[in-house]
Write a protein that binds this ligand. Structure first.
Ligand SMILES: Nc1ncnc2c1ncn2[C@@H]1O[C@H](COP(=O)(O)OP(=O)(O)O)[C@@H](O)[C@H]1O
Ligand SMILES: Nc1ccn([C@H]2C[C@H](O)[C@@H](COP(=O)(O)OP(=O)(O)O)O2)c(=O)n1
Ligand SMILES: [Mg+2]
Length: 244
């Protein structure tokens, strides 16, 4: 089980991250069991720092589908930026109409708004492992995240899929989405090439990118994804001593 240790005035991300240490609030978590009396807890050694994976790829490349499998196997919390934005539209919030029109046009919603929704979910979660799916979709998204959270992701998945396959999948998706039509898809693919590929290249150069061949069955693709996480020891995902 996990217990919140403290809210800190900045994120306690990956130990090696180069971060703006005053940018954000977040929580540290510590393991506890009923067998260990509180006074014996070694907070500094048990607190967890968030583990963040960005999941990138064009529309229909299979991000959401593979995220579900990662959640099942590794206990991540899945935060789909698109789902959070659609929820905002459905809630009739003040920003809803603007978000709807932006999505219909295949464009990108202002970064601060999307980040606010992601941040809210993370802060109210008991988990420390997060898959952030469909984000960042632009260099502006990426830079704003870094500035607001004061950190970078631990790793980045990129589902590489040919356009004709993505179009086919999106047109067969059948989820009643306003952007799953041929006109919007064409716009989204242009936006993906122009705005998202620079983000992919950024993480490639940083050595954080795992490029996955997005063609094949769901299981074939997941076989490439699984080793990305199975080799990581999440037990060592501690907060730093200074922070907790
Ligand atoms: N490997 C695959 N082969 C065929 N169809 C797939 C595959 N992966 C996902 N799909 C289907 O394609 C559609 C888009 O997948 P989804 O996971 O929603 O992609 P994304 O989140 O990248 O847009 C869904 O209907 C999904 O069931
Ligand atoms: N970071 C993001 C993510 C999504 N959006 C908007 C624009 C996207 O076309 C829609 C849908 O995103 P979503 O990730 O659900 O789409 P796909 O799963 O890739 O088909 O939401 C955004 O503006 N900014
Ligand atoms: Mg998706």
């Amino acid at each position: 089980m996990w217990r919140r240790v403290a809210s800190v005035s900045h994120l306690t991300f990956a130990h090696n991250s180069t971060v703006n240490k005053n940018a954000c609030t977040f929580k540290c978590w510590e393991a506890f069991t009923t067998e260990i009396p509180r006074k014996e807890k070694t907070t500094y050694q048990t607190a967890k720092t968030p583990f963040i994976t960005f999941v990138l790829g064009g529309p229909g490349s299979g991000k959401g589908t593979q995220c579900m499998k990662i959640v099942e196997n590794f206990g991540f919390t899945h935060l789909s930026a698109g789902d959070l934005l659609r929820r905002e539209i459905a809630s009739n919030s003040a920003d809803g109409i603007m978000i709807l029109n932006t999505i219909k046009e295949g464009k990108i919603v202002p970064s601060e708004l999307t980040i606010k929704l992601i941040q809210k979910e993370m802060e109210s979660s008991d988990n420390y492992k997060f898959l952030i799916d469909g984000f960042p979709r632009s260099e502006d998204n990426r830079k704003a995240f870094e500035q607001i959270f004061g950190a970078e992701p631990d790793n980045v998945l990129f589902f590489d899929c040919p356009e004709d396959e993505m179009v086919k999948r999106v047109l067969n998706r059948n989820q009643g989405r306003v952007d799953d039509n041929i006109d919007t898809i064409k716009k989204r693919l242009k936006v993906f090439t122009a705005l998202n590929l620079p983000v992919v290249n950024y993480y490639l150069e940083k050595g954080k990118l795992y490029k996955i061949n997005g063609v094949g069955t769901v299981d074939e693709i997941y076989k490439q994804v699984h080793p990305v996480f199975s080799t990581f020891n999440f037990e060592n995902q501690f907060c730093s001593e200074v922070l907790c």
